[in-house]
Design a protein around this ligand. Structure first.
Ligand code: LLP
Length: 440
């Protein structure tokens, strides 16, 4: 099972592994966490977070690289604090994410702020906090940032997000770098736009940005985008004195261990083995090093994805003529990726209570939607009421995409470090769910 949880050649410790027949998070038995904190429960491994962060910074050591963790992947304060202490910068997409970074002890001066729809309040807040750079996604936004900065009598550091029109070959809902997508500004329009932006007195042109998509498991799309971008970036650097080139995030992880054994599986079908920091560095470093600029990368999933699991308990088993439904206490509101992207998450029983036959199983949640399904007809050990299961690789875009649909409290989150357990977020209470509402 280790291969599913370790990013390629990265020798991070087996953060989630079986010891004496029981799934452990680092040194702590997951069934113990479930009895102490209840289910559904997100469990994160600090060693895995740090292992991935350090693996990337190490692989990119030949350039002046900064890893700016994409907060949207997992924004729990304990996760952000852990990464901030390790030296991470942050990629944020809202005032709320900036607030979280600052609350967690991170520095605003090491944040880049992307996103197509920043509001006046968010821009003002980011200026007051002194962020490293805004990543503007339209000319209208550049002009608006200039106005907000003028009112404060400051200059706003900015970069422009270039859409290089390169297909990342990933799921259509997470492709961002083609002209079909709302992100960035077309490659052909960039130089003239920088020319106009340079005349805006309250902007300081500090860098240039791209991000082509997410869960990219081969280096080809990164290479293609960089080959196209580097000559442009070099001209912009000379004309406008830019200091940094942010090459985005998007590094994919392994969700399905069968992949490594050769099975093609939907959007990961292109890669038969995980992308490693070394593969990534080998592809990008030779292309960006000649620029002599500060290089930023913004990985989210690569750092947090395999560092978390979602633990759930089996409520009922319902066998029909056609199906074997296992109904668990986690649902699409807790982990939406299978319902939203048909994403694959490996499912393992938390305890290996003796040999059990494997049966084709649909694991489903209690939410009143046909789409509330975690897997269909998957061969799993026969599950019974009361069993605990874990959805693996749920550390990125798990809790951050959770909702209160069906008025379900969001799960608790714990961060494990060796033998230590931190309740990183308590389970929501029913009172939490109605806070701020009025009765009519
Ligand atoms: N930078 C920018 C500007 C982004 O839009 C994103 C992700 C990232 C960095 C980080 O991408 P990563 O390294 O995590 O691939 N909810 C989807 C993924 C959406 C990604 C959105 N943008 C999922 O669960 O697969």
């Amino acid at each position: 099972m280790g291969t599913a949880l370790i990013s390629g050649s990265l020798k991070v410790m087996h953060a989630f592994d079986f010891k004496k027949g029981k799934l452990h998070a680092e040194e702590v038995a997951v069934d113990r966490l479930a009895s102490e904190f209840g289910t559904p429960l997100y469990v994160y491994s600090e060693a895995t977070l740090l292992g991935h962060y350090r693996g990337l910074t190490g692989a990119l050591a030949e350039v002046d690289a900064t890893v700016a963790y994409a907060v949207k992947a997992n924004s729990n304060l304990a996760v952000l604090g852990t990464l901030a202490r390790a030296g991470s910068a942050f990629d944020i997409v809202s005032g709320g994410e900036l607030f979280r970074v600052v609350q967690a002890g991170g520095e605003a001066a090491r944040c880049t702020f992307a996103g197509v729809g920043k509001t006046e309040e968010e821009i003002g807040f980011a200026l007051d906090q002194g962020i490293y750079a805004f990543v503007a996604e339209s000319e209208a936004e550049l002009r608006f940032i200039d106005q907000v900065a003028a009112r404060r009598k400051v200059r706003a550091p900015v970069a422009v997000r270039v859409n290089p029109d390169v297909d990342a070959g990933t799921h259509h809902k997470i492709t961002t770098g083609t002209y079909e997508n709302k992100f960035g500004i077309a490659f052909e329009e960039i130089e003239e736009l920088y020319g106009r932006a340079a005349k805006l007195k309250h902007l300081r042109l500090r860098g240039v940005h791209m991000h082509i998509g997410s869960q990219i498991t081969a280096v080809g799309p990164f290479r293609a985008a960089l080959k196209k971008m580097v000559p442009l970036v070099s001209r912009l650097r000379d004309r406008f004195g830019l200091e940094f080139f942010d090459i985005g995030g998007g590094l994919g992880i392994v969700y399905d261990p069968a992949l490594a054994s050769g099975k093609e599986s939907w959007w990961e079908g292109r890669s038969r083995r995980p992308l490693t920091p070394e593969d990534y560095a080998k592809a990008v470093v030779p292309l960006v090093r000649p620029l002599g600029m500060k290089i930023l990368i913004e990985p989210g999933r690569f750092i947090a994805g395999n560092a978390g699991i979602l633990v759930a308990r089996v409520l009922y088993v319902k066998k029909t003529a056609r199906k074997n439904f296992v109904i668990v206490d986690a649902a699409m509101n807790d982990l939406i990726r299978p319902a939203f992207y048909e994403a694959y998450h490996e499912i393992v029983p938390v305890g290996r209570a003796g040999p059990r036959r494997t049966v084709k199983t649909d694991v489903v949640g209690p939410v009143c939607e046909s789409g509330d399904v975690f897997c269909k007809d998957r061969l799993l050990p026969e599950l019974r009421t009361g069993d605990l299961i874990a959805f693996l690789s749920a550390g990125a875009y798990g809790f951050t995409m959770a909702s209160n649909y069906n008025t379900r409290p969001r799960p608790a989150e714990v961060l494990v470090s060796g033998k230590k357990v931190l309740l990183a977020r308590r389970r929501e209470s029913l009172q939490d769910l109605v806070r701020g509402e009025a009765t009519a």
